[in-house]
Design a protein around this ligand. Sequence first.
Ligand code: ADP
Length: 478
Amino acid sequence: MLKVLFIASECTPFAKTGGLGDVVESLPIALRNRKIDARVIIPKYENIPAEFKKEMVHKKTFTVPVAWRQEYGGLEILKHEDSTYYFLDNEKYFKRAGLYGYYDDGERFTYFCRGVLESLPYMDFQPDILHCNDWHTGMIPLFLKVFYWNNPFYQNIKTVLTIHNLKFQGIFPMEILGDLLGLDDSYRGDEGVEFFGNVNFLKAGIVHADRITTVSESYAEEIKTDYYGEKLNGILKKYEGKMQGILNGIDYKKYNPETDPYIYENFRCSSVKKEQNKVKLQEDMRLPVRPEVPVLAMVSRLTRQKGLDLLIHIIDELLNEDIQLIILGTGEWKYEQALREAAERHPQKMKAYFMFNEPLAHKIYAGADLYLMPSLFEPCGLSQLIALRYGTLPIVRETGGLKDTIISYNEQMGVGNGFSFANFNAHDFLFTIKRALDFYHNRKPIWNKLFKNAFKANFSWTSSAQKYIKLYEDLYGG
Ligand code: ADP
């Protein structure tokens, strides 16, 4: 049986800030269901819920070299719902609030990369493949070659790097090259870790991983261009031969309107039950309870990526319509402020909650009619897939994974599962919302058909897990 270790900075239900956390839980589950022994390791963060921490079993204490430092390493193991999770324990680096955003993130994730490699011999599990995710794990393919090449335990291990978001690269001053990474000057330059005079973790991963994947086919193409390439397009183009796009899925058991314990009323393709969810949501949000009014929603990081500038630009015009708007998100202060002010101007029509709240997120997906996702760029996007699963029609900008998953309703052909627009333009977005509202109010048969199409869409892991298996087999067999 092929053995794959997923290495990441997030994994639900232990730690999550976005889609990465969902994928690192659900893809290994899908692989295990297909006879791959897939396990996961993440840092042992302070914020991991106590119910999980108290079930963890300490497996080994060892030392982790971080250049000249010798740091503590603790390997903890947890069996949870038939899956095996490992946690790398070091209180100096991970006993803090939240996951990221510390001045020493470079040191914390250098430690994590070395620590994971050091911990492998103590897992009772010798992986064939290390599946790294995003910049936090980008140094692993390079460290494996530099520090472990002559250790027989590591010699046959292959590496895959999945880029979930090219925007985040892990860029730090060149001083860390020797002082933290323990690398000499020969690792500077194009084939090393250097990126415009700094160290770039993701670039190191791109250069040194055996294979690279990214989370949709469109994004795999887009990131080779200047516009989307975040200055790494040159290097990605160079290594395109080992790169492919594989669309993310979502866990259809976890996001299941028939059984979801968080939503008000469980339902299956029933507009009546969906309306009951909407009414309860309106009550909870202290919005006027009006089932006939369309509810528009967004559950998102509040960043430029997610198209907040477009929404804020047209928000008053939008709220002139007979609609309700619910936003759940955390992120940049300027967006929170603008949304807070808009909600104050339109108290009967808009609510905005600035927190991370999984149960509320599910209630919103289930109770809303339309889901807004006007992203500037979108590697894959899970939110639109979750929305579809709950019969909430997405309105998206045609980029990355949004382009690959949402088919804008085409009146001639009668096909579609949502609405989309091409240009990053606020009034194109508003026009598309108005088009959707017209179907909602005036063309119910079409609306109902789209609602059914949303339910029929299948974005579970079925097909994508198979693609990963093929990739692993090619890599390992080859
Ligand atoms: P990204 O990973 O870029 O943030 P995705 O659409 O891929 O975007 O995934 C976002 C995930 O995080 C979804 O599961 C979404 O529901 C969830 N999410 C985002 N913000 C919040 C929040 N404030 N509360 C609860 N869940 C959230």
